[in-house]
Design a protein around this ligand. Structure first.
Ligand SMILES: *Cc1c(COP(=O)(O)O)cnc(C)c1O
Length: 420
């Protein structure tokens, strides 16, 4: 209409006409893969022999990983989820398994699939990993294991967890889905507890397409998982274990085997991206970062910041929406926490288990894009845009001088005041 056309020339430029930080959305995640020629070269032997699953290439992948991580046994499986399910079964657990609520739901699913009861522990406000002292409070005579998670690839407090497991006669399993390439004080993740389980799905650092790796020093457990991934059968046609089909195919193994040599560079690149993000965002009020020990290697499978809305001047979701308006996609890894998901609420009694610290973490978590092929320029623009969004809010109405975070539990806020 002509009226509209005329008024347009004098009216201020509508908001949606302003240039966005990015003209189009870009992927939140994209795996860096080995050269397809190399993968096919590796795969050729399987294709020509007709042995397409759980054969020579899978064996070579297992050997290469066991050597790299200095572990006795590595068993390749179809996924981290199936690996965790089989490890819990192979260890003969019963009763309760203590697990952080602040994790991906596959961690909890492995417990439920085994008919075990998850008992949720809080995560620490600095490392965002499961709190050993909270685990200790939750040990009962029914507890049979601790299932910890190296969140985003940041190693857990392993000695504290090992000590707890030893003193209480518990099994210790790590969901190391995020942590391939990580190290605790120089020692590779994969070598701790009764077993560790990696994921090789496309969002992780070592990619098989789909796949998982169980690493353990326990020969019996390794044999059990080897049997279980093949219906429980070890060749006698009389399964000892109630297994599943959780084999890794030869193609998936070829992809992972050729991807192994990329892991070091991926680690470096992701840590550099994380550093850039943190440097730019650290001046913002109410933003905290995952604390990593200087001698540890974290993989940065993800990079998340934590927002305290009362300090930042907006909620996590408001910030996420404002970023999306600028064509920057974010995720909330991991929100809601397990105990607030319908499969898990029945295992959570708020009168007996205070998970307010977990809720504080999950309510404020915001994951930013991080992968190797993202140019520095994009990372800087993402971080600067985030800063600009926060600053523009502050210009309008400055936050009160000493706001008290509403949702921080008393103990948490004292630690928060001491620094991030
Ligand atoms: C990705 C992920 C899993 C599941 O891995 P799959 O290989 O897809 O089964 C398990 N736990 C955590 C923490 C994850 O992020």
């Amino acid at each position: 209409m002509s009226v509209t056309m005329n008024s347009k020339s004098t009216a201020p430029v509508p908001l949606h006409r302003e240039a966005r930080a990015f003209e189009e959305r870009f992927p939140f995640m994209r795996p860096t893969l080995p050269d397809l020629k190399d993968v096919i070269e590796e795969y050729q032997s399987a294709y020509q022999s007709g042995l397409l699953t759980n054969s020579g290439i899978v064996g070579r992948l297992e050997t290469a990983v066991a050597e790299r991580l200095s572990v006795k046994h590595c068993v390749a499986v179809s996924s981290c989820t199936s690996g965790l399910m089989m490890v819990l079964r192979g260890l003969g657990l019963s009763g309760e398994v203590i697990v952080p609520s602040f994790t991906f739901f596959a961690t909890g699913h492995a417990i439920l699939w085994n008919g075990l009861t998850p008992v949720f522990a809080n995560s620490e406000l600095d490392t965002w990993n499961v709190s050993p002292s909270d685990i200790e409070r939750k040990i009962t005579e029914k507890t049979s294991a601790i299932l910890a998670v190296h969140l985003y690839g940041n190693p857990c407090d392993i000695p504290a967890l090992e000590g707890l497991a030893q003193r209480n006669g518990l099994k210790l399993i790590f969901d190391a889905a995020h942590a391939f390439g990580g190290a605790y004080r120089g020692m590779p993740i994969g070598s701790f507890g009764d077993a560790e389980v990696f994921s090789l799905s496309p969002t992780k650092l070592l990619v098989a397409g789909e796949g998982g790796l169980v690493t353990t020093g326990d020969a019996k457990l390794a044999a059990a998982v080897r049997a279980m991934r093949n219906y429980g059968d070890i060749g006698a046609y009389n399964p000892e274990w109630l297994g599943v089909n959780a084999r890794m195919t030869e193609f998936n193994a070829a992809l992972a085997l050729r991807g192994l040599s990329l892991v070091e560079a991926k680690l470096r690149r992701r840590n550099s991206i994380a550093q850039t993000y943190t440097e730019i965002l650290s001046s913002l009020p109410g933003v905290r970062f995952q604390k990593k020990h200087p001698q540890d290697t974290t993989t940065h499978k993800d990079y998340s910041i934590h927002i305290t809305p009362e300090l930042l001047g907006q909620t996590r979701d408001e910030l996420a929406n404002a970023l999306l308006n600028q064509n920057i996609e974010t995720k909330k890894y991991f929100y809601p926490p397990l105990h607030q998901q319908s499969l898990y609420t029945k295992f959570y009694d708020p009168a007996r288990n205070d998970l307010s610290q977990t809720e504080f973490l999950a309510d404020g978590i915001l994951s930013l894009p991080i992968y190797e092929s993202l140019p520095d320029e994009t990372i800087v623009t993402v971080a600067e845009t985030l800063k600009r969004i926060v600053d523009s809010k502050h210009d309008g109405h400055a936050p009160s001088t000493r706001p008290t975070p509403r949702r921080v539990p008393a103990k948490a806020s004292r630690r928060a005041a001491a620094g991030r």
